[in-house]
Design a binder for this molecule. Structure first.
Ligand code: CDP
Length: 264
C-alpha cells in the first residue's frame, strides 16, 4: 500500500474502493468478542477480544475499604488498575507500571465511577483490575468495555453499562476504531471514548492531534452511532451467561437460546 514519492513514503489509509489498510470500511469496527465470568476467583469478570487486543477484567467488591483512611463514609471508592503484560507489545514492556498505565488507570476508574451507584456502599472499595494480554491500539476502550461487563457480572448496581469506542482520523479520513498503523499516521487524531449508551453521557474522552470543528462534530456522531454495537455485544454476553443460569442450568441450551435471540 506504500507508494514512494521522491524520498517520502506516503500511505493510502483509505483506498479508492473505500477500504482501509486492514480491509475495513472507514466506519467499520474490528471484530469484537465478549465473554462473561471467566475468572472463578473474582466476584465478577470478563474477557474481551477487540481485533488483536485481548483484555481480561476482574472485579472484587464492594468490600471493606482498606486501608481505612482511603474509605469514604458517603460512598464506595473505585480502584482501577490497567496493566499491560510484558508480552503484549512488540518491544517487551517493563513489567513495572509506567506513567501511561497510571494515567489510564486514573481516568478509567473515574469513568467507571460515573456509572456505579457508589452511594449505596459507603466505606467500601470496588477493585477493578484489567490486564492487557495483547494489543494493537484501542486497549483502554477495550479495557473499559470489559470492566463494565465484569462489574455487572459482580452484581454491582449501575445506572448504565460503560461502552468504549475509538474514533479519529488518518490520511485525511475520519475513521472508527483506529488500529496501530492508523494511530501512527502523520496527521493522526485518536479519540478514545467511553459512553453510557442509554444516558448518552460521555465518561471518558481523550484527544491526540488536531481536527476541524466539522470533523470533530462528525467524529462524535460516528462515536455515538457505533458505540451502540459495542453495547449490544456487552448485553448479549451478559444475557448468555445469566439466561443460562436463570434457566435450567443447561449451559448449551441457554447459550443456543441467547444466540437465537429468544432470551430477553
Ligand atoms: O491502546 P490505547 O490506544 O488505548 O493506548 P495508546 O497509548 O494510544 O497506545 C496505542 C498502542 O501502542 C497500544 O495499544 C499498544 O499496541 C502500543 N504500545 C506499545 O507498543 N508499547 C507501549 N509501551 C505502549 C503502547
Amino acid at each position: 500500500m506504500a507508494k514512494k514519492t521522491g524520498s517520502e513514503e506516503t500511505v493510502t489509509y483509505v483506498d479508492k474502493s473505500g477500504k482501509r489498510l486492514d480491509g475495513r470500511k472507514a466506519d467499520e469496527l474490528r471484530k469484537i468478542k465478549v465473554e462473561v465470568g471467566v475468572i472463578p476467583r473474582a466476584d465478577g469478570s470478563a474477557y474481551v477480544e477487540w481485533g488483536q487486543n485481548k483484555v481480561l477484567a476482574s472485579v472484587y467488591g464492594p468490600r471493606e475499604c482498606l486501608p481505612k483512611h482511603l474509605a469514604n463514609p458517603y460512598k464506595a471508592i473505585v480502584r482501577y488498575t490497567y496493566r499491560m503484560a510484558a508480552f503484549s507489545v512488540p518491544d517487551r514492556k517493563n513489567p513495572k507500571p509506567g506513567r501511561r498505565e497510571i494515567e489510564i488507570s486514573k481516568v478509567s476508574g473515574e469513568a467507571l465511577a460515573r456509572a456505579i451507584f457508589l452511594e449505596r456502599f459507603p466505606n467500601t472499595a470496588i477493585d477493578v483490575d484489567v490486564e492487557i494480554l495483547d494489543s494493537n491500539a484501542g486497549t483502554r476502550v477495550a479495557a473499559l468495555t470489559a470492566a463494565s461487563v465484569a462489574l455487572a457480572d459482580a452484581g454491582i448496581p449501575m445506572r448504565d453499562l460503560v461502552a468504549g469506542i475509538g474514533v479519529g482520523k488518518a490520511g485525511g479520513h475520519l475513521l472508527v476504531d483506529l488500529n496501530k498503523a492508523e494511530e501512527d499516521a502523520p496527521d493522526a487524531v485518536d479519540i478514545p471514548m467511553a459512553i453510557l449508551p442509554n444516558l448518552g453521557e460521555v465518561v471518558l474522552l481523550q484527544l491526540d492531534g488536531l481536527m476541524t470543528q466539522k470533523e470533530w462534530e462528525e467524529s462524535q456522531k460516528l462515536a455515538f452511532q457505533h458505540v451502540k454495537k459495542v453495547y449490544e455485544l456487552q448485553k448479549e454476553a451478559l444475557k448468555k451467561k445469566y439466561a443460562v443460569e436463570g434457566n435450567s442450568g443447561d449451559m448449551e441450551a441457554g447459550a443456543r437460546a441467547a444466540e437465537e435471540g429468544v432470551v430477553e
